[in-house]
Design a protein around this ligand. Sequence first.
Ligand code: HEM
Length: 204
Amino acid sequence: MENHNEPLYLYPVWIRLWHILNALFCLTLIITGLSIQFSNPTIIVKFRAAVAVHNVAGVLLSINYLIFFLGNLFTKNGAYYVIEVRGFFTRLKSQFHHYTIGVFKNENAPFPVTMESKFNPLQQFSYVAIMYAVLPLVILSGIGLLYPEITVHSLIGISGLDYTDLLHLLCGFIVTIFMCIHIYFCTFGKTTLSNFKSIINGYH
Ligand code: HEM
């Protein structure tokens, strides 16, 4: 039987290291990406500098992503990302109900954190989607934009670069929205700051 007052060591060093670097690279990429998108000499970062920093941060984020991918492949952290399909939608609904109504009535969380299940269903779904679909697409489309010669020449009369660019923007936008919602939901811990402390010291 698990003692619920005992701190759970949920975030090993490599996850914490990956996460802090990932957050820093994402922030840098969002700021420079917006500067490139709305290129205007008066905007925060100058265009040429924004492109250079964006490229370097993109390469570093991709290398850092490998740490996450391999870490999850070879350690038991990967098990938290395996979605049990049966009944998942019902569990998702009950977590959604908790976030929209339950928390405001001080109800207990329907899926308390344990060593066996670190994420609630909404966290699990969003983490799997962002880490195994959106981020890989940002990285792949970014590589395509960095090396235009490897992208499809043209498809139904439209340049392959245009599709790659659109995909990159769309996924970058989703990462930005994810990050805002993610940080907001991380404040729903035991206290507002407890989840932020966990991802720094490793203990829930
Ligand atoms: C300043 C930005 C960020 C802050 C303050 C932040 C905060 C946190 C906190 C407090 C946790 C632990 C709670 C939990 O497990 O849900 C966490 C976990 C996580 N965050 Fe973030 N985050 C940030 C950026 C990001 C970004 C940009 C991504 C992905 C694109 C991301 C993906 C994740 C994932 C996948 C986990 C779970 C890691 C694991 O235990 O396997 N975070 N984050």
